[in-house]
Each structure stands twice: as C-alpha cells, then as structure tokens.
Design a protein around this ligand. Structure first.
Ligand code: ATP
Ligand code: MG
Length: 211
C-alpha cells in the first residue's frame, strides 16, 4: 500500500512544492518508488520532475501525473498503484484540497512561513484539516535563526493549536540550487544544514504515518 502525503496551504509561496520535491529526492535516494500528483495548474512540481527526467544520473520518479481537481481521485489511485510514496502538490484553493482529502491521502503537510500574514492564512487551512480525518503537521519553513517577528508567528500558531513539526526549515541556497536541477539538497549538498533538515523532516513524517 502506498503512503500518500498531501501538501497544502491556503497561502501561496509557503514552500509546498519546495518541501515536496526535497522529500521526493530523499525518498528516491532511499530506494523508495516515489510518485507525484501535481494538482497545481502552475505545474512547478512537474517542472522539477521534467528536469530530473532529463538527467540520466538521477533516480527517476515512478510516476508523475499532471492532474486536475475533477480527476484527482482517479489519478491518485493510479499513482498509488505505481509507487510506495505518493506526494500530492496542490494550489492554494480549497476545492483541490477537499477533493484530494476525500480521495484518500494518509497525512498532510502544511508548510507555513513565520509571518503574521502566513499565520492568518493558515487558520483557514487548520479549520479545513480539522474537519477531516487526516493526521497533519504544520512545518515552519524559511525560519530565520532568530527574530521577534518569527517568534510571534510561532507563538500565534501554538496558541491556535497548530500541530507544529519539531523540524524547522531555514532559508537555504541549497534548496533553490537543487530545485533548479530537478534534484534535492540531500543529493547535491548532502552535508549541509539544508539536507539535515530534510532528513529530520522525513523522519518526523515517518512518525506521523509509516512512509
Ligand atoms: N526553505 C527555503 N529556502 C530557500 N528558498 C525557498 C525555501 N522554501 C521555498 N523557497 C522558495 O520560495 C518560493 C516559493 O516556494 P514554493 O514554490 O515551494 O511555494 P508553494 O507553496 O509551492 O507556492 P505556490 O502556492 O505558488 O505553489 C520558491 O521560489 C522557492 O524556491
Ligand atoms: Mg507550489
């Protein structure tokens, strides 16, 4: 049985596609069959996958489906039949989220940047997630090493009862570099903080749902 992870967040630019592709690269490196269902019409995850497919040295995805809301459920089932881990990228709007949640994901990852605007937007996502049955984790992305704004945002998330992942992801050049190459930081910069953070995040997701 495949494990299916939904990446969702009402606010754009929070890091859904970035974290999804980083985790995909890590799990591919561990020999897992990884599939991506891209529900975002911007097709950023598909762009990453296309670059990866053009690299003969990169371990390829088992399946990539450029999907749409109306066929999310059947595309999910197709990907689940071909992979051990299925990662679902979404655009920020609620319909894709609702359909995908209904279509049988096992857990959701909600990236959130540590700003008040992101925290306010996350409230809507939290409400939707709580109305479903999925375990989920809010992952702080682009966390600065310190700063009062970020601290206030984290405090607000805690107050809202957000299930925060212990792993916090910083703003790292290795992520952007890897993304441009259809790779992950764990592949091109395995000894960096960026790679460490992705390994820690993957381990934590593994405690949320078996991956
Ligand atoms: N931890 C990070 N370190 C460095 N750059 C990052 C990090 N996270 C995200 N980015 C960059 O920020 C931008 C937005 O990230 P990303 O595309 O993953 O967000 P998204 O939630 O998928 O956005 P959208 O809602 O538009 O799909 C991208 O250019 C990405 O390269
Ligand atoms: Mg995206």
């Amino acid at each position: 049985m495949a494990t299916t992870l939904l990446f969702t967040q009402a606010k754009g630019g929070a890091g859904k596609t970035m974290l999804l592709t980083q985790l995909a690269a890590l799990w591919l490196g561990q020999g897992r069959r990884v599939g991506i269902v891209d529900l975002d019409p911007q097709r950023s995850a598909s762009g990453w996958a296309a670059m990866r497919a053009a690299d003969p040295d990169a371990r390829p995805l088992s399946v990539l489906i450029e999907s749409a809301d109306w066929r999310a459920s059947s595309d999910l089932r197709e990907a689940q039949a071909k992979a051990d881990v299925v990662l679902v990228d979404t655009a920020g709007h609620a319909e894709a989220l609702r359909l995908t949640v209904m279509s049988g994901a096992d857990a959701a990852i909600v990236p959130c940047q540590p700003s008040m605007a992101d925290v306010w937007a996350t409230a809507a996502t939290l409400q939707t997630m709580r109305s479903g049955r999925l375990p989920f984790a809010v992952v702080l992305n682009r966390m600065p090493p310190r700063g009062r704004t970020a601290d206030a945002a984290v405090a607000a998330l805690e107050e809202a009862g957000a299930p925060l992942a212990e792993t916090r992801v910083g703003t790292r050049a290795a992520f952007a570099d890897a993304f441009m190459q259809g790779a992950g930081a764990t592949e091109i910069a395995a000894r960096t903080r960026a790679a460490e953070e992705i390994r820690a995040l993957a381990a934590e997701i593994g405690r949320l749902v078996p991956v």
